[in-house]
Design a binder for this molecule. Sequence first.
Ligand code: TXA
Ligand code: MG
Length: 311
Amino acid sequence: MQTLLTDSTHEAAAIIRRGGIVAFPTETVYGLGASVFDSDAVGRVFTAKGRPSDNPLIVHVCDLEQIEQLVELVPDHARLLIDAFFPGPLTLVMKRRASVPEIVSAGLETVAVRMPANRTAIELIRSAGVPLVAPSANLSGRPSPTTWQAVIEDLDGRIDAVLRDVPCTIGIESTVVDVSTEPPMILRRGAITVDELRDVVPDILEFLSDSDRSRLSPGTRHRHYSPNAQVLIVNSSDVPLPDVEAFIGITQPSEPPELTVICESITEYAARLYEFFRECDRLGGRRIACESVEESGVGAALMDRIRRAAE
Ligand code: TXA
Ligand code: MG
């Protein structure tokens, strides 16, 4: 299969309407899109990524009406979160309508929904005329792509097209909250922080045991976010480290390794982490170091991703 590169949302939408699968930008990471109501196309999304079929997909909408096509009822606390954070990097898990194909939810009774805060993504969904499933547009087990070039690196020849745009601004995936339960439960940390969520829904639960988490959020069961190199987590007092080929963090090392990425903020660190992992793989790095940061705000999601990469 020839993978088309395009800058046109209309061309990309036409491919999706014909049953194609197209990678597109969001504010978090690039997604691999297909019509939610086209089971064959959704099946090809799983195949292209090499994604286990027990790992459900997030459905992306461009307006509130499209949410009604996916779920029977929006619970009151979900309504509050939607008012506060849509469009934005928040995914809500709700009871699904029977018309949502089972393959989307991997057999669960629920469906995950999010409205991306990215003009190109919204234009694409509107022009396609249907909500779009979109997992991150990487091969399963690789870091999520934050540039269209990273999508091509993983999926060239496996998908119909890539809708090209600028690099993603946030760089780590959305926060996932299950609002089908009372109280709601955070299943994946992300750019919307626990404190921001609690300002709107105070009783939201944060911590899950590993077994609860893998039962409720199948995606967290699988290996994720991992470069080929061994990842060491280091404190600022340990910077620099001997014997690493690459470093990313906030503190300037006195003897920087060959690949060194210094970030001015935790937000910038999050935005650059996955591309750093990919660059390490391109250079064939064997041992790399990530500086740990305080687990507040986006730092909590960032450390979650770094820890998974280091597992
Ligand atoms: O920022 C993001 O969320 C990106 C962009 C493209 O929107 N998408 C993304 O998709 O990260 P993916 O497929 O890589 O991760 C989806 C996560 C997985 O952990 C999956 O298990 C969980 O959402 N998920 C999806 N549907 C679910 C459901 N019905 N119940 C529980 N967890 C669900
Ligand atoms: Mg993913």
